[in-house]
Design a protein around this ligand. Structure first.
Ligand code: SF4
Length: 141
């Protein structure tokens, strides 16, 4: 499932917009590049992400489903090497977006669990698991 899109008009796409992405914009994106669904949630006091699709508010975190090799769903980040949507002639999706690219400036690099703490905390509340606490634990058994 994804939100509807429309053709992007001249000047609406970011300078670093990935060349292999379709030249479209989500219909909920406003002229200032803000998510209209998030704005509505905030204006109505339901919290930043309450009405947004899951894949939108957790981005660039992904939940990889169970498969033959994976016995439990995996909450993770993807990289240019393992992006699940990568295929011949298509470099991938989550690892290519502005939020999902690896930080090229090592001096400013921060741990994903720090940058995405609010999202991880919310995922923990929904799932009944202290995901953020587990990630910040000194050592896991
Ligand atoms: S975050 Fe909002 S604007 Fe962006 S794709 Fe999702 S619904 Fe659309």
């Amino acid at each position: 499932m994804k939100t509807a899109t429309r053709e992007a008009e001249e000047g609406e796409l970011a300078e670093d917009y990935p060349a292999h992405f379709p030249k479209t914009r989500c219909v909920f994106l406003d002229r200032q590049g803000r998510c209209g669904i998030q704005r509505l949630s905030m204006e109505q006091g339901r919290g930043d992400w309450f009405d947004k699709p899951l894949t939108c508010w957790i981005h660039p975190i992904v939940i990889l489903p169970v498969n033959r090799e994976r016995l439990r769903p995996l909450v993770t980040l993807v990289s240019p090497e393992n992006d699940p949507q990568k295929k011949e002639g298509y470099p991938g999706f989550a690892s290519c977006t502005h939020c999902g690219r690896p930080d090229q400036d090592g001096k400013k690099a921060r741990q994903a669990r720090e940058v995405l703490a609010a999202e991880l905390e919310m995922m923990g509340k929904i799932s009944g698991r202290d995901i953020l606490g587990e990630l910040n634990a000194e050592e896991l058994d």
